[in-house]
Design a protein around this ligand. Structure first.
Ligand SMILES: Cc1cc2nc3c(=O)[nH]c(=O)nc-3n(C[C@H](O)[C@H](O)[C@H](O)COP(=O)(O)OP(=O)(O)OC[C@H]3O[C@@H](n4cnc5c(N)ncnc54)[C@H](O)[C@@H]3O)c2cc1C
Length: 402
C-alpha cells in the first residue's frame, strides 16, 4: 500500500494532489484541511471577492466533487494536531491517519496586533482566509472610516477596494516608504501617487501607537501623537510560516520548514511546499509567498514522490491589482544595486532591477508586453545592458533573439 497524506488544503496542497492523479499515481491520497471549505485561491480575497465582483464558487480551485471522483479523501474543518515521525502517523481530532509519505503545505499565519494595543477589539481584521474576508465585508460601507496598518501589497490592495466602495482610508506605514521590503523607491513612488490620487491618506514613517475603543475599535493614536476616529481597521503587517506541527514533530526549521532542493525535509518521508517551506537558493535559503511558488514547488514534490528525483528551480512571478493598475513582477530583486526605468504607451511603465550588469527582476505597471519580455529574459538568464532597456528606441522583442 502507498498512502500519501497532505496536511494543508490550500494552493500547494491542492496542486500536489491534482498533479499526483494527473501523473497516474494509483495509491491512496488524503488531504487534510483546517478550514471548513475545499481549497480556494487567496489572491481574489483582497481584490475582486472583497469588492463583491467575484462569486464564492469561482474562488474554489476545483469543485468539492472533484476530490471524491478522483479518489482523494478530503478531511476538512479540523487541523492536524500532531505528527508521529516514528509511527508515520498524523492525528486529526480523535483519528490517527497513517502515511507512507507526508507532505506539509500548511501555508502561513498573518501577524496580529497585540491585545495590549487593542488588537483584539471588534472591527480589527486580518486578510488571510475566506472567513476573515466574509467577516470584514459588512464594514466596507460608503462613508465609513478605515485605518490600514501596513503598506505592503495586502494593505494597498485593501486600500484600493475600500476606496472603490466609498470608504475613507488612512494607511500608515512604519517604514520610510510603502513597499519598502519588496520594491524599489520607483515602485513605491508610483503606488503612493496612485493611492493619493484616489484619496487615500498615506502616512509613511508613522506607526500605530494603539487602537482606542471599548469592545469595538473607535479610533487610533499614531506614533506621531495624531488621533483618528475610526469604524474599522485592517492589519497587513506580514505573515509567519505555519510550522508549529513540524516543530513539535522535531523537523528542522530555518525561516519555515527546511527542505532540500527536491522539497524533502529533514525526515526522508516528509516533504513541504508553499509559504511554509524554505529551500536552497543561490547559495543561501529563501521562502517565497506566492501562488506560482506554491504550485510549482508542490508539483515538483508530486513528481519526486513518483520517483523523478528532480530539483525545484523557482521562476518567480507575482501580480497585484490596485484600481485600474495591474502590477506584474518577474524575478526576485534581492541584492539589486540600481533600477532602470522604461516608459511604455499610455502610462505603461516598467522598472528593471540590476545587480551590476545582471538583470534580476522587473516590475511592470499596465505593461504586459514589457513584463513578458523581462520574464523571458530573466528565465533565459539574459541581461541586456541597462542603457538598452531605458532607450525608447530599443525594440524590446528583438532582445529575446540575442
Ligand atoms: C489576501 C491575499 C492576497 C494574495 N494575493 C496574491 C497575489 O496577488 N499573487 C500571488 O502570487 N500571491 C498572492 N497571495 C499569496 C498566496 O495566496 C499564497 O502564497 C498561497 O496561497 C500559498 O499557498 P500555500 O498552499 O502555501 O498556503 P495556503 O493557500 O494558505 O494554504 C495553507 C492551508 O493549510 C491549512 N493548515 C494550516 N495548518 C494546518 C493544520 N495543522 N492542519 C490542517 N490544515 C492546516 C490552512 O488553514 C490553509 O488552508 C495572496 C495571499 C492573500 C492572503
Amino acid at each position: 500500500m502507498n498512502h500519501i497524506v497532505v496536511i494543508g488544503a490550500g494552493q500547494a496542497g491542492s496542486s500536489l494532489v491534482v498533479r499526483l492523479r494527473n501523473k497516474g499515481f494509483e495509491g491512496d491520497i488524503t488531504l487534510i484541511g483546517a478550514e471548513p471549505v475545499p481549497p480556494y485561491q487567496r489572491p481574489p480575497l483582497s481584490k475582486t471577492y472583497l469588492t463583491g465582483e467575484m462569486a464564492l464558487e469561482r474562488l474554489f480551485l476545483r469543485p468539492e466533487s472533484f476530490y471524491g471522483e478522483n479518489g482523494i479523501t478530503l478531511k476538512l474543518g479540523a487541523p492536524a494536531s500532531s505528527i508521529d515521525l516514528d509511527a508515520r502517523s498524523v492525528s486529526v481530532g480523535d483519528e490517527v491517519v497513517s502515511y507512507d509519505q507526508l507532505v506539509l503545505t500548511t501555508g502561513s499565519d498573518p501577524r496580529h496586533l497585540p491585545a495590549s494595543i487593542g488588537g483584539e477589539l471588534e472591527g480589527v481584521h486580518v486578510v488571510r482566509t475566506l472567513a476573515d474576508v466574509d467577516g470584514m465585508a459588512p464594514d466596507f460601507v460608503k462613508g465609513a472610516r478605515a485605518l490600514i496598518v501596513g503598506g505592503g501589497y495586502i494593505g494597498l490592495e485593501a486600500a484600493s477596494v475600500a476606496t472603490k466602495l466609498g470608504v475613507n482610508v488612512t494607511l500608515v506605514e512604519m517604514a520610510e516608504r510603502i513597499l519598502q521590503r519588496v520594491a524599489a523607491p520607483e515602485t513605491s513612488n508610483y503606488f503612493r501617487r496612485l493611492h493619493r490620487a484616489h484619496g487615500v491618506d498615506i502616512r509613511e514613517g508613522v506607526g500605530l501607537d494603539r487602537l482606542l475603543g471599548e469592545g469595538r475599535v473607535r479610533g487610533a493614536r499614531l506614533t506621531d501623537g495624531t488621533e483618528l476616529k475610526l469604524d474599522f481597521v485592517i492589519v497587513g503587517v506580514g505573515i509567519t510560516p505555519t510550522q508549529q506541527l513540524a516543530e513539535s514533530a522535531g523537523l528542522l526549521l530555518n525561516n519555515g520548514i527546511e527542505v532540500d532542493a527536491r522539497g524533502c525535509t529533514s525526515d526522508p518521508r516528509v516533504w513541504a511546499a508553499g509559504d511554509c517551506a524554505s529551500f536552497p537558493y543561490k547559495g543561501g535559503r529563501i521562502r517565497l509567498e506566492s501562488v506560482q511558488n506554491a504550485i510549482d514547488q508542490a508539483e515538483v514534490i508530486a513528481d519526486n514522490l513518483m520517483g523523478a528525483n528532480k530539483d525545484y528551480v523557482p521562476q518567480p512571478w507575482f501580480w497585484s491589482d490596485q484600481y485600474d493598475v495591474k502590477l506584474q513582477i518577474a524575478g526576485l530583486n534581492t541584492g539589486y544595486d540600481h533600477v532602470v526605468t522604461r516608459k511604455g504607451d499610455g502610462g505603461a511603465v516598467s522598472f528593471w532591477y540590476y545587480q551590476g550588469n545582471a538583470l534580476l527582476a522587473v516590475d511592470a505597471m499596465n505593461d504586459a508586453r514589457n513584463y513578458m519580455v523581462g520574464k523571458r529574459l530573466i528565465e533565459a538568464g539574459k541581461s541586456p545592458p541597462p542603457d538598452v532597456i531605458s532607450d525608447p528606441e530599443t525594440d524590446m522583442k528583438a532582445l529575446l533573439k540575442l
